[in-house]
Design a protein around this ligand. Sequence first.
Ligand SMILES: [Cu+2]
Length: 155
Amino acid sequence: MHAPTRRTFSLAALASLSAFSLASLPAWAQPAVPEAREVEIVVDGRYTPNVIEATEGEVLRLRFVRRDYSPCSREVVFPTFNLRRMLPTNQPVVVELPALTVGEHPFQCWMNMLRGRIVVRPRAAATPAVADAGAPAARTPATRAPATARPRPRR
Ligand SMILES: [Cu+2]
């Protein structure tokens, strides 16, 4: 006599029943895709603004609008990104920068006379980890020194 065929549910089939696509996840659960922030910089004998504050990992699109005709401002240089762009007068040029690292990223005219900079702060979420990096690990109560100091009686 044949042994009865065992019917087993396939785990894969079960999984496919309850499977849901990544696209159905709420926005907060989606993988973080850096969204570019556009900042307009007017070039007219100087860069306005000449200091741009940003957050670590942020992607900036700098929209240079050159108003002057001075040869000085015809090209902008980003030394830390090894990047330079010609800026025709009255013809906006968008420079998209790679995700920013903490620190200062200068930009300047090709002669290094006009100057500006991007100041990048660390992300807020990363701050506690950095602050705790030097602190001693006191996770488990067992590793703590016993409390020997007793409250003093008041006189
Ligand atoms: Cu210059």
